[in-house]
Design a protein around this ligand. Structure first.
Ligand SMILES: Cc1cc2nc3c(=O)[nH]c(=O)nc-3n(C[C@H](O)[C@H](O)[C@H](O)COP(=O)(O)O)c2cc1C
Ligand SMILES: Nc1ncnc2c1ncn2[C@@H]1O[C@H](COP(=O)(O)OP(=O)(O)OP(=O)(O)O)[C@@H](O)[C@H]1O
Length: 142
């Protein structure tokens, strides 16, 4: 049984998220997704939807076996509990593969780190970013 971890904010789901999670699921037998806590999302505006709602939507996707709310202080706690064979970073995530691998090694967690592929637009009006969906809402409804 090869366990895979994917993670992210997943605020307002779109096909880019489904692509990332399907890509991650294809690398093993069981996909666990860690949902970033709103309080820890500091590199972009805070999510619109609360932690539990984002987790419940990800959990409802077919490719996902379990969705977990992230730890508030230590991102390695859920990883230790899940004990994955591979962690899949998103194609554009700011995390550095070698840095995460070194931190895992320091904690004695033996696990690969790899990166998913991007999902390209399939038609002109397709929105593959939560930020762009929110911009569209503001433009059309405000
Ligand atoms: C391996 C890994 C594990 C993570 N675990 C957690 C966690 O337990 N709790 C949390 O709040 N954020 C966690 N994060 C952080 C977020 O998932 C994510 O990096 C960031 O906050 C949002 O990224 P996004 O813009 O790609 O959605 C983790 C990140 C990585 C790379
Ligand atoms: N178009 C896409 N193709 C492949 N993966 C994607 C795509 N969009 C998002 N992801 C992946 O989904 C995960 C969660 O993404 P996140 O919640 O940051 O969504 P986002 O749409 O990129 O958000 P924002 O627009 O606010 O930056 C990340 O690992 C990210 O790489």
């Amino acid at each position: 049984m090869r366990r895979v971890i994917a993670q992210g904010t997943f605020d307002i789901l779109h096909p880019g998220h489904v692509h990332y999670l399907s890509d991650a699921a294809s690398l093993g037998d069981e996909l666990h997704v860690i949902i970033a806590r709103g309080e820890n999302v500091t590199h972009k505006p805070k999510p619109i939807l609360d932690d539990r709602q984002r987790r419940d939507m990800v959990a409802a996707l077919d490719v996902v076996d379990e969705a977990h709310l992230g730890h508030a202080e230590d991102i390695f706690v859920p990883i230790e509990e899940i004990d994955p064979d591979v962690i899949v970073l998103g194609y554009d995530q700011h995390h550095d593969e070698d840095g995460i691998k070194a931190a895992l090694d320091a904690r004695g967690i033996d696990c690969e780190v790899t990166r998913a592929t991007p999902r390209e637009q399939r038609h002109d009006d397709e929105l593959l970013s939560t930020g762009r969906i929110i911009d569209r809402i503001v433009e059309r409804r405000c």
